[in-house]
Design a protein around this ligand. Sequence first.
Ligand code: E4P
Length: 223
Amino acid sequence: MKLMIDDANIERIKEIYEFYPVDGVTTNPSILAKSKRSPYDVLKEIREFIGDEAELHVQTVSGDAHGIAEEAHKIVKELGKNTYVKIPAVPEGFKAMQELKKEGIKLTATAVYTPMQAFLAAKSGASYAAPYINRIDNMGYNGIQAAKKIHDIFRNNGLNTEVLAASFKNSQQVLELCEYGIGASTAAPDVIEGLVKNQAITSAIDDFVKDFEGLTGIGKNMT
Ligand code: E4P
């Protein structure tokens, strides 16, 4: 499972990249709005930091296929070929995806709340479909089950689209989808850090250091 950072805060992105084996960064218009800066300034800074090979996912906001396609061209021109254009999985989005796929532009279907949206997006040429786990839960359904179902639909239909699960409220949800073998998850920095935040781990490591220092002296190590 690929793991991506769902944030546009460059300082937090740098902190996560320093320690964790992440595969890229995803953004959406609301995430970009939090920066209160020009979207392309923020996105170019992220691209420069993560490098040309990492995945960067950037969403369009136009309501019609023509506008979506124009945004997609500009996004890829400004941010490079490993930029996935996130397009809402609605009829105008499917139309745009089918055109953009022919041009070789990489696509992520977003705002996915139902397996049928994901299926249609996959057939329209999306490389990823992003079900919103937490938001689906908040509607009274089961986001994790929806993501698993979408994964199964892709595999059972020979579609090479992957699930890019998004909108997590906790690290356990990421782990459950990892166990199921979905293609990718994107999560906020706190959720990624939560994957290894565990008092038992910290205290086991503290005990090792204390025992070693008892043997060799404070501040000593294996050098
Ligand atoms: C990803 O595609 C979504 O834009 C994002 O993860 C939504 O997350 P939220 O429900 O926490 O806003």
